[in-house]
Design a protein around this ligand. Sequence first.
Ligand SMILES: [Zn+2]
Length: 284
Amino acid sequence: MRVSKIWSSVSQGARKQNEDRDGKHYDQWSAPTPTEEIYVIGAEFTQYELPIGNVTAMAYLRTPDDAMANKYLTTTAQYMEMYRQMLGPYPYTKFALVENFWETGYGMPSFTLLGSQIIRFPFILHSSYPHELLHNWWGNSVYIDFDTGNWAEGLTAYMADHLVAEQRGTGAEYRRSTLQRYTSYVDASTDFPLRDFVGRTDGPTEAVGYGKTSMVFDMLREQVGDENFVRSFQRFYRNNKYAVGTWDDIRTAFEDTTDKDLKPFFEQWYREFLEPGEAPYAQI
Ligand SMILES: [Zn+2]
């Protein structure tokens, strides 16, 4: 633990310098991999660290809290290992929990910026937190092409929120509430094809961009089986790391892995949306 009454900073990449000298603080962050944007966060942080193999788990808290920091560091290790085995190596050398004074839930390359109240809700450790960690694979190292549809939120929701529920035996409840949200929020006037999803702005965009996309991945997994599903996403990750990935790249990875023509499946869910008079359940 390192308590500081001087401001220090967090950015993406690895920390190369972390030094207090003559009443000033010096930080150096090095990000050798391609990056879409540069983020710098500064505050009077208390810093915590835990090495996990070649990666360092970090916590930057605005108020010292050893017990909470340790929970986050050990949970980082647990999910980092789970996703490394499932998808391939974590793409950065650190992952930091950074406490924000605004109640945000953002995932940046190699760190997450979460609000002071949010990080103190116990359920966040196994809901928003693995979700933001997984964004390092989906969105923060395989980038999203917003012109052809944001696949990353639905996939991250499916492989974090849904997977954690599934591991705890509540996968069916999770899927049912996803379908309920879609049925409640979406009709012919608010539905849109997955290729038009950019980000969540209201109930219908959340129900389609996160919910419907998750269910499409669930159907795809049923169609190809668990092993092919995971191997296809390993391939998609390998082929598109530090580059833009599209729905088409996901389809290609699945086709190359399974040797199946999946164009009809992808076309159907990627382009279709409710026509006037159609009931929402017909689409899911
Ligand atoms: Zn997300």
